[in-house]
Design a protein around this ligand. Structure first.
Ligand SMILES: *Cc1c(COP(=O)(O)O)cnc(C)c1O
Length: 393
């Protein structure tokens, strides 16, 4: 590499010096309660595989069948020759699951946000965004050229004030929020946001990536949880978390979905998801439609673990979902805690700045339906031991 790349070496050195360099671990097994990570068998407390579907037999069987029937590739972008009957079947299944008129599937949740937001608003418009929204919402918004206003976290009153001041002079208003905030596990105040959106004639979009498969009847997501079916204009989701596979989608009214098929750039310019993936996604939606057993198990496990952590004396924040932050404060302490856990066969990720604010570093524990009480007891024991050792308890 020539000297024109010196800046890269500088940047990497800086990341390492400041402790922000991310050592990416390698998973050498299938996903599940236990993983083989860098040669070590460890209890998995950091994947988004909420329901254990990533390695579920029915999904694997569906993928195998699709592999035989349709092959490994989709051959083109959706809008040219990549739309297979499977893609349409998935979209129909998703619309049914979310109780919306229609749905469009994308290659990922990130693509769904990057494709949808710029299709809806442009230079003459304004976006009103929660300060803790996911990076893909921020990036999607940046692509629009619209005015962007950040309202305080979960603050419907703050949102109303910005809309009152800034919303009237623009052509269209888009309010966008995460449903479940992924670092704290808290919920957007959706009933209030719906009211504000209706009052100011704004489009309301909710990113339900951590809500579906988790919240509401059979894990239908945050709109169902709050009894707001039909009142959220745009529900965005991912197939990569509770659904266990890969892909993203938007669910909403017929005309919205028809329009996105014409306008969403990742849909038009990036090739379609492969047949085995789509077939596994369909199987995941069907499985959730037919049984809520895994969703119930997830909540039971999360309750058990959170109670245990609280009675040990850990600060576990204000999560309203199975996401369990273990608040530690300093990034260095969080990293040290995570390293010690790993030595004791627990895989829990430390999260620090810039993913969360300075001084709010934490471990982010992700509970899954695949954990047994024995697994969780093992985790609680190790957390207690390491907590005392590092003087957190
Ligand atoms: C994970 C996540 C996404 C991205 O979904 P992918 O399918 O992994 O691209 C988008 N929004 C939120 C809130 C997420 O947590």
């Amino acid at each position: 590499m020539g000297s024109k790349f010196d800046f890269i070496l500088d940047e990497l050195r800086q990341l390492k010096d400041s402790g922000l360099y991310n050592q990416i671990r390698t998973i050498e097994s299938s996903q599940g309660a236990w993983l083989v990570v860098d040669g070590r068998r460890v209890l998995n407390l950091c994947s988004n595989n909420y329901l254990g579907l990533a390695n579920q037999p029915e999904l694997k069987e569906a993928a195998k069948q699709a592999l035989e029937q349709f092959g490994v590739g989709s051959g083109a972008v959706r809008s040219i020759a990549g739309t297979m009957s499977l893609h349409l079947e998935l979209e129909k299944a998703l619309a049914g699951f979310k109780h919306t008129e229609a749905a469009i599937s994308y290659q990922s949740g990130v693509c769904a946000n990057l494709g949808t937001i710029p299709a809806l608003v442009g230079k003459e418009d304004a976006i009103f965004s929660d300060e803790l929204n996911h990076a893909s919402i921020i990036d999607g918004s940046r692509l629009t050229g619209a005015k962007r206003f950040i309202y305080p976290h979960r603050d419907a009153k703050g949102l109303r004030e910005v809309l009152e001041k800034e919303g009237k002079s623009v052509r269209r208003r888009l309010i966008v929020t995460d449903g479940v905030f992924s670092m704290d596990g808290d919920l957007a105040p959706l009933p209030e946001l719906v009211e504000v959106a209706e009052e100011y004639d704004a489009i309301l979009m909710v990113d339900d990536a951590h809500g579906e498969g988790v919240l509401g009847d059979h894990g239908r997501g945050i709109a169902d949880y709050f009894g707001l079916r039909g009142r959220i204009d745009i529900e965005m989701g991912t197939m990569s978390k509770a659904f266990g596979v890969v892909g993203g989608y938007i669910a909403g009214a017929n005309e919205l979905i028809e329009y996105l098929r014409q306008r969403a750039r990742p849909f038009i310019f990036s090739s379609a998801v492969t047949p085995p993936d789509v077939a596994a996604c369909i199987a995941a939606v069907r499985l959730l439609e037919s049984s809520d057993e895994l969703v119930k198990q997830l909540w039971e496990n999360a309750g058990y673990f959170k109670e245990g952590m609280k009675s040990l004396g850990f600060d576990i924040g204000h999560s309203e979902t199975p996401i369990t932050p273990v608040m530690l404060g300093e990034a260095k302490l969080a990293r040290q805690f995570s390293r010690r856990l790993f030595e004791e066969k627990i895989f829990a990720q430390a999260i620090g700045y810039p993913t969360v604010p300075m001084g709010k570093a934490r471990l982010r524990v992700m509970i899954s339906a695949t954990h047994t009480h024995e697994d969780l007891d093992f985790a609680l024991n190790v957390f207690q031991r390491v907590g005392k050792e590092l003087k957190v308890l």
